[in-house]
Design a binder for this molecule. Structure first.
Ligand code: ZN
Length: 133
């Protein structure tokens, strides 16, 4: 596996198995995006889409914000996907990773407090999420 430096968007109902490298899959049904980690480690990164988590922007090219800190992955990658390009950031060290996760949790707690609970979803993406999260 080689490093991936460019992603194209693919809007799908559910993610294929396996995912194709260089494709950012967006499932509107599950409000979830998934892609193969650009480091070349080959692991799947699944991100929940919501105002408190990740946003996918599609303007002809695809962007994923905020950054992905794949701290659950052996490669410890940290990057944005901006208009299709992988924008590498400094690796998150353990302290920053903890801080980022705390910020993420606070954002999620605030978000949940403002919205009615979501209905239970089928669990396939929850399992994927736990694997990477
Ligand atoms: Zn990786």
């Amino acid at each position: 596996m080689t490093e991936i430096d460019h992603y194209i968007a693919n809007f799908v109902e559910s993610f294929p198995t396996p995912m194709e490298p260089g494709v950012l899959y967006v499932s509107t049904d599950y409000s979830t995006a998934g892609h193969i980690c650009p480091s070349g480690c080959g692991r799947e990164v699944v991100t929940k889409l919501s105002p408190a988590r990740w946003r996918v922007i599609f303007d002809g090219e695809v962007s994923l914000k905020p950054s992905v800190g794949a701290t659950g992955l052996p490669c410890n990658s940290h990057y944005f996907i901006t208009r299709g390009e992988v924008d590498w950031q400094d690796p998150l060290d353990a302290a920053n990773a903890v801080k980022a996760q705390a910020t993420d949790r606070r954002a999620l707690t605030n978000y949940r407090a403002q919205t009615t609970p979501l209905p239970m979803r089928p669990n396939w993406w929850t399992r994927l999420w736990r694997r990477v999260g």
